[in-house]
Design a binder for this molecule. Structure first.
Ligand SMILES: NC(=O)c1ccc[n+]([C@@H]2O[C@H](COP(=O)([O-])OP(=O)(O)OC[C@H]3O[C@@H](n4cnc5c(N)ncnc54)[C@H](O)[C@@H]3O)[C@@H](O)[C@H]2O)c1
Length: 492
């Protein structure tokens, strides 16, 4: 799977009208942008978006023989001062803003010898260029053919491309798979070191991230190296943040070993640590360039951890994949009992869940839009987890949240009772609770308020309309909460 690149360049200044400000010797000079152009993040002589933009300028200025971009950044990275590139058979030059601040036209530059161009100036308090839109992002989410550390499986070694590698591994995973991992690393990888740690949610912190960075530094991981995270979400979150920070960012590869990590963490591009008493308060959007899933890891996972993953899969099914829901209704219990090693459709369920997640994430990878269907089950669950002192497993909380969200939809006539009953039955069949003694009116209302703040002032409560279709609610009346809680209380 990969995410398509998108992006465009736009002016930040209020005026988009070119203004001719000076003529010299019948020569019209073109200046585009000012010092603000330094904020252009696209590599100037590689950015396809910048090139398209420049082509557009030339179309607007058919008489211009060349363009001048004024930017410290662009001017600073040129091999040859002045000359930047050729667009539509016409040269584009880049100059440092100081050349213009000095009030001089840069006659000493090669452009001075050209003629019949125009000087274009964009007035405004903060004129400049801004790179707008998604950054170029492309990453792989691969399925290994067998156990990832099997010497017969080249998937991991191929993905790491012979680069120096530093492995960060959950101590519990290391206990079960460490011997095979070290043997594989010795034979196929340029492994400069390994960092083992207790990947506990209660200790998911910047302190650990710093420890990882220090260990990578002590081991001599260079800038072209890869930091490989092997573990569940707690490990991958901390390893990923370390990869983003270490030497201002080294390549990050994920080897998820839990169901949550495979169907959720692995597909997105974010990582975070807990801080200041809150979950995932500090973090980054930093795509792992590759992620390799190996479902044989799941064989050693606790049933509680498998059930947490199933809750996330049920979430994806309700959002957009009715067939996935049916597959879980048919075989979810077997998948739970066998830790996703049985039946053969277990792999299909995982892949469908990943595709559903990728579909949902790809247009909003950096979460600039806070209205996200994947937040189904994540409005009341943080409050439930917090009130339990984080003893309530995340998957249990997500399941209970989805039941309450469905009960709200039922009360509002947005979904029918069959949906509600199918959800309750499915959760129960995979050992997930559908309610909790601490779930009450006060918690639900406080959770809605907290969520509204977290989502930038808009509630965006996700509720189902059908299996495979959801919608947002911007308000929920306390009386609806009461009725929904009463509905849940009637579940025996
Ligand atoms: N970055 C994201 O996009 C994202 C998305 C979802 C969740 N998360 C984060 O992920 C975390 C939850 O991840 P998780 O559910 O994977 O929990 P986890 O990493 O805590 O793993 C659960 C337990 O399983 C153990 N374990 C891991 N792999 C194992 C294996 N193969 N065999 C036996 N034991 C194994 C771990 O040691 C741990 O005790 C949370 O911190 C959450 O915030 C992040």
């Amino acid at each position: 799977m990969s995410v398509p690149a998108k992006g465009r360049i736009a002016f930040t200044g209020p005026s988009t009208e070119p203004v001719l400000v000076r003529q010299v010797d019948e020569t019209e000079w073109v200046q585009i942008g000012t010092a603000g152009a330094a904020r252009c993040e696209a590599p100037p002589n590689e950015g396809a978006a910048l090139r398209r933009y420049l082509e557009g300028i030339f179309e607007d200025l058919p008489h211009a023989r060349y363009l001048v971009l004024v930017s410290d950044h662009i001017a600073g990275v040129l091999d040859r001062p002045g000359y930047l590139t050729t667009v539509a058979s016409r040269p584009v030059f880049a100059l440092p803003p100081s050349a213009l601040r000095a009030g001089e036209l840069p006659f000493s530059y090669p452009i001075a010898t050209s003629s019949r161009s125009a000087l274009l100036y964009r007035f405004g308090p903060t004129p400049g260029l801004r790179y707008v839109g998604e950054r170029d992002v492309s990453y792989d989410v691969l399925q290994s053919r067998g156990p990832i550390f099997d010497p017969a499986d080249p998937t991991l070694a191929d993905a790491l491309e012979g680069r120096p590698v530093f492995i960060v591994v959950d101590r519990r995973v290391d206990a079960a798979y460490g011997a095979a991992m070290r043997a594989y690393a010795a034979q196929f990888l340029d492994c400069v070191g390994t960092f083992r740690f207790d990947a506990l949610e209660s200790a998911k912190s910047l302190h650990n991230v710093e420890q990882i960075c220090k260990a990578a530094y002590d081991a001599g991981l260079p800038r072209n190296g890869v930091l490989v995270g092997v573990g569940g979400g707690v490990t991958l979150d901390q390893a990923g943040l370390a990869a983003a920070l270490y030497r201002r960012g080294v390549r990050f590869a994920r080897v998820p070993t839990t169901l949550v990590a495979i169907v959720d963490v692995a597909v997105g591009i974010k990582q975070g640590v807990n801080a200041h008493g809150g979950k995932n308060i500090l973090g980054t959007f930093y795509p792992a360039y590759t992620c390799i899933n190996d479902i044989t890891f799941l064989a050693s996972l606790s049933h509680a951890a498998i059930a947490s993953g199933i809750a996330e899969i049920i979430k994806m099914a309700i959002i957009c994949d009715p067939l996935l829901f049916v597959m879980l209704e048919l075989d979810g219990a077997t998948m739970l009992a066998s830790s996703f090693q049985q039946p053969a459709t277990a792999t299909d369920v995982i892949v469908r869940a990943q595709i559903a997640m990728m579909d949902q994430l790809q247009d909003n990878l950096y979460e600039e839009n806070h209205a996200r269907f994947v937040d189904l089950g994540h409005t009341f669950s943080p409050a439930l987890e917090k009130r339990s002192g984080y003893r309530l497993p995340h998957g249990d909380a997500v399941g209970i949240d989805m039941v309450l969200s469905s009960a709200i939809a039922l009360e509002l006539g947005l979904c029918d009772r069959i949906l509600f009953e199918r959800l309750v039955a499915l959760l129960r069949s995979v050992g997930l609770p559908v309610s909790h003694p601490t779930l009450d009116r006060e918690l639900a209302i406080a959770a809605l308020a907290g969520t509204r703040t977290h989502r930038g002032g808009n509630l965006n409560l996700v509720v189902p309309r059908d299996i495979g279709a959801v919608t947002f609610l911007s308000e929920v009346d306390p009386r609806t909460i009461d009725a929904a809680l009463a509905e849940i209380a009637r579940l025996s």
